[in-house]
Structures are given as C-alpha cells and as structure tokens.
Ligand binder design. Structure first.
Ligand code: NAD
Length: 313
C-alpha cells in the first residue's frame, strides 16, 4: 500500500468502526489519509487511535474540517440518526450531520440500508450542495482487512468520480451501479442470493454428515462438482473445514446473523414493492427469523446450527 500524503489529499471523517468500518478506516490510514473517527464504542475508537487516527466525542466533532465523510453503520435507522438527527426522521433536523456539513463535502455511506432511505438522505444532501453516494460493500471482514472489498456505488457521475480514488484505498472492484439507491438495490440482490446459498450449503453439509460423511471430504467433493459456490469455498459453515473463518472460531466476528436477517427483509420489501417473486429469498428469511432469536450476534454462517445444533455447543 502507498504511504503518500499529497498536500491536496482530502481529510476524512469515518463514523462506525465495527467489524467492517474498523479495518476499512485502518486501510485509509495505511494509504496516507488523515482520518478522524467516531463510534459509540470507546474500545473501537481506541483501536483506531492506536493505528494513527484522531478520535472524537461526537459525529459533529468528527466532521470538523473534513472534506469527506464515510459511514459504516448497521442499518437505516442508524444512518438516519447520524445524517438527519433521528432514527425515524425523513427530514433534516438540527441534530443531523447534514445540517453541519459545508456545501462541497463528499459523503459516502457504505452501510447496507434500504434504497428508499438512501435516496432520501442523498436528496436532502443535494439540497445542501453536498455530494452523496451510497457505496455498500461485498467481501466480508477478510476483504475489509485486506483492502479488497467490492464497492457498489449509487450516485451522480461527479460524486462517483470524487469517491472512486478513496474507495480504491479500501477496495479492489469499484462498480458504478447507477443513480442514488442503485448501489443498495444491487447489494440486496447479492445478499439475498448469499443468504440462500449459505442456507443451502449448510443444509447439504448436514445431510452428508448425518449420513456418515466427513464435512471436509464432502466439501472437497462439492467444490469440484456443480454445487460449488462462494459459501462452500471461502466461508464454509461447518466447523473445522476451513481455518480462519467464523465457523472455526465459534461463529464469532464476521457478518452477524442480525445483519443477514436485515438484508433478507430489505430484499423481501423491495420485491413486494414491485411485485417480484422471491420464494427462495422468503425461505432463507424465514430460517433467519428463527435463527436470530438465539444467535443474533453470531456470524451468519451459524445458520448451520439450524440443521445441527451441536455446532454451537
Ligand atoms: P457492526 O455492528 O460490527 O458495526 C457497526 C458499528 O457502528 C458499531 O461499532 C457501532 O457501535 C457503530 N454505531 C452504531 N450506531 C452508531 C452511531 N449512531 N454513531 C456512531 N457509531 C455507531 O457491523 P458491521 O459488520 O461492521 O456492518 C456494518 C454494515 O456493513 C452493515 O450495514 C452490514 O450489513 C454491512 N456489511 C457487513 C459485512 C460483514 O461481513 N460484516 C459485509 C458487507 C456489508
């Protein structure tokens, strides 16, 4: 990674330092950006401070002097809280960051949220002369750490062009999906498919294991056969098949089941809005509806426990 800090390198405020935001902000630092961070969690702020970031005590303090604001928050209500000042707000209130930011600021929201909320916040930003893109990501915590995320961007060409070099410090593939909200639509299509694939992979592995096969042997066979898919290959849900994945460390870290649950329901809502058929997505959502009652904060591959509860004992 480069360590250059040209004079005109934009100053960045980064809000939301969880499983994804923490490593993403660290990669900005490694690429020579000056970063000021904010998170509700002091421990998360401390980690970034150790990596060279300035810390702050509120979102408004974090954005003082920033040219670019990046958020990586759990869901729509958190994005509304930060930018508009209230979880349920549809209009800007005095507490919202958008009332604080000077015109000309670039805002990048990388959280996965519903497209309507993304369009609404971007619309309000535009009225204040602020450029905003939705830029949700794919690639998981491993991609966030390695700086190889895929960014799926929605927004005007001019805002995309400003965001692209910054996103390249955290990712490898940067797609411009269309206008505001388009990044979120593409992202929920991807995550609906991911939820279906993870559920199906867990179902198949359980069927084999309960019939006497070894999970690793079965995975190797399916990887060279037509059942091959990303969850089987790089995120196997059965403990011990792959090293360094959540299933091999008690399903900790990674992508929480509550976030997959959120994304599946965003997909179902988007489908209902346009009358699209999503029976497989609905089935995966029903599995996660049950699953999060007990395993909200476990990685989403812990859906394996729906089929074989011993993996979580
Ligand atoms: P996370 O829950 O680990 O982190 C979210 C962070 O936001 C937490 O540190 C929390 O304290 C902070 N936060 C919440 N409200 C805040 C506020 N008002 N001000 C400041 N900080 C606040 O979540 P994550 O796994 O990092 O995911 C973030 C987003 O990225 C989600 O929308 C998720 O769906 C998406 N995503 C996650 C993954 C993954 O593999 N984890 C992959 C792709 C996309």
């Amino acid at each position: 990674m480069t360590q250059n800090t040209p004079k005109d390198t934009p100053k960045i405020a980064f809000i939301g330092l969880g499983n994804m935001g923490g490593p993403m902000a660290k990669n900005l630092l490694k690429n020579g950006y000056q970063v000021t961070v904010y998170d509700l969690s002091e421990a998360a702020q401390q980690q970034l401070s150790d990596a060279g970031a300035s810390t702050s005590s509120s979102p408004k303090q974090a954005v003082q002097g920033a040219d670019v604001v990046i958020t990586m928050l759990p869901a729509s209500k958190h994005v509304n809280t930060v930018y508009l000042g209230d979880a349920e707000a549809t209009q800007l209130t005095a507490d919202g960051l958008l009332s604080e930011l000077p015109s000309g600021t670039l805002v990048i929201d990388s959280s996965t949220i519903d497209a309507a909320a993304a369009r609404n916040v971007a619309r309000i930003a535009t009225t204040k002369g602020i450029d905003m893109v939705d830029a949700p990501v794919s690639g998981g915590t491993a991609g966030a750490e390695a700086g190889t995320l895929t960014f799926i961007v929605g927004g005007e060409d001019s805002a995309f062009n400003r965001a692209e070099p910054i996103l390249k410090a955290m990712g490898k593939n940067i797609f411009h999906a269309g206008s505001n909200g388009a990044g979120q639509v593409a992202k929920i299509c991807n995550n609906m498919l991911l939820g279906i694939l993870m559920s199906g992979t867990a179902e198949a592995l359980n069927l084999g294991v309960k019939n006497g096969l070894d999970a690793k042997v079965l995975s190797d066979i399916m990887l060279q056969s037509s059942g091959r898919n990303w969850t089987l290959e790089v995120y196997n849900p059965y403990p011990g098949v792959l090293e360094n994945v959540p299933s091999s460390r008690g399903y900790s870290g990674g992508f929480m089941s509550q976030h997959m649950h959120k994304d599946l329901h965003l997909a179902l809502q988007a489908a209902e809005d346009i009358n699209a058929e999503v029976p497989m997505g609905a089935q995966a959502a029903a599995l996660y509806d049950e699953h999060i009652k007990e395993h909200n904060t476990k990685d989403f591959s812990s859906i394996m426990a729906h089929f074989d509860s011993s993996v979580l004992r």
